[in-house]
Design a protein around this ligand. Structure first.
Ligand code: SAM
Length: 298
C-alpha cells in the first residue's frame, strides 16, 4: 500500500466526489428513518493542506482553490454546502484543513444515523479515529474493504449508502476488482445505494469498466464523468468519475446541473467536458432472443 491521500486532498477529483457525496447524503436525509453510511476506503478524515505532502503537490489549488474563486459569484446549493463544511473546520481548528469523505458524512449524519468506516493503512486508521471518533454512532475498522464490506452488510437500518473509493493501485487496468466487490455486495444488499469513485486516465479502460458493469446485470447504474483535460491526455489524471447504483430520484438531473457549473469552474481547457449516462437503467433481464452480453475482456 503506497497510496497516501495527503498528496491529493482537495484536488479537483476530491471536490467533485465530495460535492456528489453531499448530494447523496442529502437525499437520504429527506426521510426521518435512519440510514447507514459505509465508507470502504475512508482515509484519515481530515488533511492538513499546510503540511508538506499537500504543499509539495499543491493539487488543492486547482480543486478547492478554483471552486472558492468561482463561488464568489454564486454557486449551486450543494457546492455552497460543501464550501460551508470546509470552512466549518477552519473555525474549529487552526491551520488549513480539508475534510475527507468520512468527516463530511459523520458531520452530515443525524442522531438516528450510523456510520461504518474502513481503512486498511494503520497510520491513517489511527488518524481517522482521532478525527471522527468523538461523533456518536461511528464505528471504525482497520480492515480490508474487499472482505469487510460483504461481512458488514446489509445494515440493520436497511437503507443507506456505501462509498467505495479505492486508491486504484491494483484496480487500474480494468477496474475488475471493484466490479467484483460491487457484485458481491449487491447480492447481499440489493437495495443499498453504492457510489464508486474512479479516475479517468485512459478512455479504453473506462469502456472496459462500463462493459463489466453492464454485464453484472445490476439495474439502475448511473455513470458520471467530469474531465478537466482531454480524456486521452498522457500526462496523468484527466478526469474524475462516480458510478452510482440505485441513485436517488432525479439524481441524474442533479449531477447534470452540478457539472454544468463545476466543469468551467475547474478547468479552462476548451476540451473539458462532462457526461452523465445510464449504464443499466432498469432490470435488464434478458427478453427471449436478446443478444448475449459482450465478454468483459472483448
Ligand atoms: N475516501 C477518502 C476521501 O474521500 O476522503 C479518500 C480515500 S483514499 C482515495 C483511499 C484510501 O484507501 C487510502 O487511505 C488507503 O490507505 C486505503 N486503502 C487502500 N487499500 C485498502 C483496502 N484494501 N481496504 C481498505 N482501505 C484501503
Amino acid at each position: 500500500m503506497n497510496y497516501r491521500h495527503h498528496f491529493h486532498a482537495g484536488n479537483f477529483a476530491d471536490v467533485v466526489k465530495h460535492v456528489l457525496l453531499l448530494g447523496l447524503l442529502d437525499s437520504l436525509a429527506r426521510k426521518d428513518t435512519p440510514y447507514c453510511y459505509i465508507d470502504t476506503h475512508a482515509g484519515c478524515g481530515l488533511y492538513d493542506l499546510g503540511a508538506s505532502a499537500a504543499q509539495r503537490t499543491l493539487e488543492f489549488k486547482s480543486g478547492l482553490g478554483r471552486i472558492k474563486t468561482a463561488a464568489a459569484n454564486g454557486a449551486p446549493a450543494l457546492v455552497s454546502a460543501y464550501l460551508k463544511a470546509v470552512s466549518t473546520i477552519g473555525s474549529e481548528r487552526s491551520g488549513f484543513w480539508y475534510p475527507g469523505s468520512p468527516w463530511l458524512a459523520v458531520n452530515a449524519a443525524r442522531a438516528q444515523d450510523r456510520s461504518i468506516l474502513m481503512e486498511l493503512h494503520p497510520e491513517d486508521a489511527g488518524l481517522l479515529k482521532q478525527h471522527v471518533s468523538r461523533h456518536a454512532n461511528v464505528s471504525i475498522h482497520q480492515r480490508d474493504a474487499y472482505e469487510g464490506l460483504t461481512a458488514l452488510i446489509p445494515p440493520k437500518e436497511k437503507r443507506g449508502l456505501v462509498l467505495i473509493d479505492p486508491p486504484y493501485e491494483q484496480e487500474r487496468d480494468d477496474y475488475a476488482p471493484v466490479v467484483e466487490l460491487l457484485k458481491k455486495a449487491h447480492a447481499k444488499w440489493p437495495t443499498g445505494m453504492y457510489a464508486i469513485w474512479f479516475p479517468i486516465k485512459d478512455h479504453h479502460a473506462i469502456t472496459r469498466f462500463y462493459r463489466r458493469l453492464r454485464n453484472t446485470g445490476i439495474p439502475k447504474i448511473l455513470a458520471t464523468e467530469l474531465c478537466v483535460l482531454p480524456p486521452d491526455n498522457q500526462l496523468g489524471l484527466n478526469g474524475t468519475g462516480m458510478i452510482v447504483v440505485n441513485p436517488p430520484w432525479h439524481f441524474d438531473q442533479t449531477a447534470r446541473n452540478l457539472f454544468g457549473w463545476l466543469t468551467p469552474a475547474l478547468s479552462d481547457h476548451r476540451q473539458a467536458e462532462w457526461k452523465v449516462e445510464w449504464l443499466n437503467r432498469e432490470n435488464p433481464e434478458k427478453p427471449a432472443g436478446a443478444k448475449k452480453p459482450v465478454d468483459d475482456d472483448e
